[in-house]
Design a protein around this ligand. Structure first.
Ligand SMILES: Nc1ncnc2c1ncn2[C@@H]1O[C@H](COP(=O)(O)OP(=O)(O)OP(=O)(O)O)[C@@H](O)[C@H]1O
Ligand SMILES: [Mg+2]
Length: 324
């Protein structure tokens, strides 16, 4: 099956500081991929690079972003912009990043519908109400007349999702979509995204630092650490047989339901700031298994057709480890 999206060896620097190294993963139509990692691991930069929204001094220095097999990084800026908001859309933790405070909800959704679905003004106004209904907003006609600041955080999140859907995307990137919301609203928004995905067949990239959200909502996941993908696998592989010591540490630091835990485990040490100064495994300084050999560049080792980890110890675990 042809992949919808294939990111290959993506490298990004801010000024001269490298922040992404050899980021590689792909996504099939309709699939949900979770991206997890600590703050600063490069999740948002990866998403912004795919969307063509990386801003100065951020620069893609190498790699490919294939969309239906075509490299987006070679497209003129105009064509990439055309895809954004239609074929691919992104929602953010803070809805005000993409909602304009001086326009009503109706004007903002209608604009997307006119631009990407070719509707006229009257058609767009009518359709805007039905998009609000789809995302679970009560009294949609009345809400259309509101400005963003008149809505609650959860409602603004729903409006942003409605705007994203109005472009009929094949891919929705949700970057920490629920972090700013309280727990019950979080659950409602995630249920909503799942339902919309089932209705529309769109693929989704769910970015979060919460492994639990990936377990509940994704088919597959990638784990990022200091700008690199350190492990990828199906959700059951990542949770049942995590291979990279970093993934194992992340799982140990999750609170477990029904288990007495006086103190929650946390991985000792901190994420390195300067990726450029590290030739080998970026996790080596914090890793209980590290040795001198980890100071050399590490590659991904396959553990199954769907699971791979960037760790030389994994290679030792697998009889016929195939480096890629
Ligand atoms: N505008 C910018 N200028 C300079 N450096 C940046 C900029 N945006 C991101 N970075 C750097 O790129 C790296 C990756 O950042 P990114 O925002 O992708 O992290 P993240 O995984 O999304 O973290 P979080 O969980 O906090 O959202 C970090 O080291 C960050 O400092
Ligand atoms: Mg981020």
């Amino acid at each position: 099956m042809q992949q919808l999206l294939s990111v290959q060896n993506l490298e990004v620097s801010f000024a001269k500081r490298p922040v992404l190294r050899q980021v590689t993963f792909s996504l099939a139509p309709g699939e949900t991929l979770g991206i997890v990692g600590e703050s600063g691991s490069g999740k948002s930069v990866t998403a912004l690079s795919i969307m063509g929204l990386l801003s100065w001094p951020g620069r893609i220095t190498d790699g490919k972003v294939l969309w239906h097999g075509e490299d987006l990084l070679q497209l003129p800026a105009d064509s990439h912009r055309q895809l954004r908001g239609s074929s691919m859309a992104m929602i953010f933790q803070e809805p005000m990043t993409c909602l304009n405070p001086v326009y009503t909800v109706e004007q903002q959704i209608a604009e997307v519908l006119m631009l990407h679905q070719g509707m006229n003004k009257r058609q767009a106004s009518e359709a805007a109400a039905s998009y609000l209904e789809q995302v679970g907003i009560a009294e949609p006609k009345a809400r259309l007349r509101n400005f963003p600041h008149e809505l609650s955080g959860g409602m603004r999140q729903r409006v942003m999702i409605a705007m994203a859907l109005a472009g009929k995307p094949e891919l929705l990137i949700a970057d920490e979509p629920t972090t700013a919301l309280d727990v019950t609203v979080q659950a409602q928004i995630l249920d909503l995204l799942k339902r919309l995905q089932a209705d529309t067949g769109m693929a989704m990239i769910l970015i979060t630092h919460d492994l639990g959200l990936v377990a509940e909502n994704a088919d597959r996941g990638i784990v990022m650490y200091a700008g690199e993908v350190v492990e990828e696998g199906t959700v059951s592989e990542l949770f049942e047989t995590p291979a990279h010591p970093y993934t194992q540490g992340l799982l140990r630091s999750l609170p477990r339901w029904g288990e007495q835990q006086d103190l929650l485990y946390s991985i000792p040490g901190t994420v390195p700031r300067d990726l450029g100064a590290i030739a080998g495994c970026a996790f080596a300084d914090r890793c209980p298994l590290s040795s001198v050999a980890c100071r050399e560049q590490q590659v991904m080792h396959m553990l199954s057709p769907s699971q791979a980890a960037r760790c030389r110890m994994v290679n030792a675990q697998v009889k016929e480890g195939v480096a890629r």
